[in-house]
Ligand binder design. Structure first.
Ligand code: GTP
Ligand code: MG
Length: 194
């Protein structure tokens, strides 16, 4: 697979717009601003294929990226952004739920949490949701560059405990800044698409 051959296919609001293909899909989930789009850009060695911003709540649709006709990455809008109306939140919930519960191409969800903090209530709910539907999870603890290495173990334990982490899921310490976890992340993804 040529990881440099990547392009956006469609920004979809509902299942009618999902690409008609058998290609396996890996979706990204996580709070607004946690680093989902940065994760995609880092894995593809691209600066700005997936749009990133300091402004949370920017990615409103399901963005499908085609990687060398081998795999789709699906960038999912972030949750937990306070300045979003109730009706928008409900719309968001429906869109995500429809995707996660009906899309047969989906092989695993990369669930991102900020390694610096206790997982939020929303983080815990997302993890429980994925476990409930039996969707394999690749847990990515990101922004590791902001924590001294000597504290990584402590933060990993804190996150696993809060999520009641299932040890059969992958847990990857990651940074889009210094590329910590790059190889592990690709390995985990490739394990799910064979
Ligand atoms: N230090 C550090 N900053 C990061 C890392 N990953 C992302 N960021 C920064 O965090 C901010 C948000 O990153 P995005 O990738 O846009 O986050 P997102 O999850 O896609 O956000 P939404 O699309 O709003 O849901 C940006 O300013 C990034 O530069 C990381 O590993 N380390
Ligand atoms: Mg984004």
């Amino acid at each position: 697979m040529n990881k440099h051959n990547a392009e956006i296919v469609i920004s979809a609001a509902s299942s009618k717009q999902y690409p008609e293909t058998d290609m396996p899909e890996i979706a990204l989930a996580g709070r607004s601003n946690v680093g989902k789009s940065s994760f995609i850009n880092t894995l593809l060695n691209r600066k700005n294929l997936a749009r990133t911003s300091g402004k949370p709540g920017k990615t409103q649709l399901l963005n499908f990226y085609n990687i060398d006709d081998t795999i789709h990455f699906v960038d999912v809008p972030g949750y937990g952004y306070a300045k979003v109306s109730k009706s928008e939140r409900a719309k968001w919930g429906k869109m995500i739920e429809e995707y996660l519960t009906t899309r047969s191409n989906l092989r695993a969800v990369v669930s991102l949490v900020d390694m610096r903090h206790e997982p939020s209530v929303d983080d815990v709910q997302m993890y429980e949701f994925l476990k409930y539907y039996g969707i394999p999870v690749i847990l990515v603890a990101t922004k590791a560059d902001k924590i001294p290495r000597g504290k990584w173990n402590k933060h990993e334990s804190m996150i696993k405990k809060a999520l009641q982490f299932d040890s059969t899921d992958d847990f990857i310490i990651f940074s889009s800044v210094d590329k910590t976890g790059y190889d592990q992340a690709w390995q985990a993804i490739e394990n799910h698409i064979d």
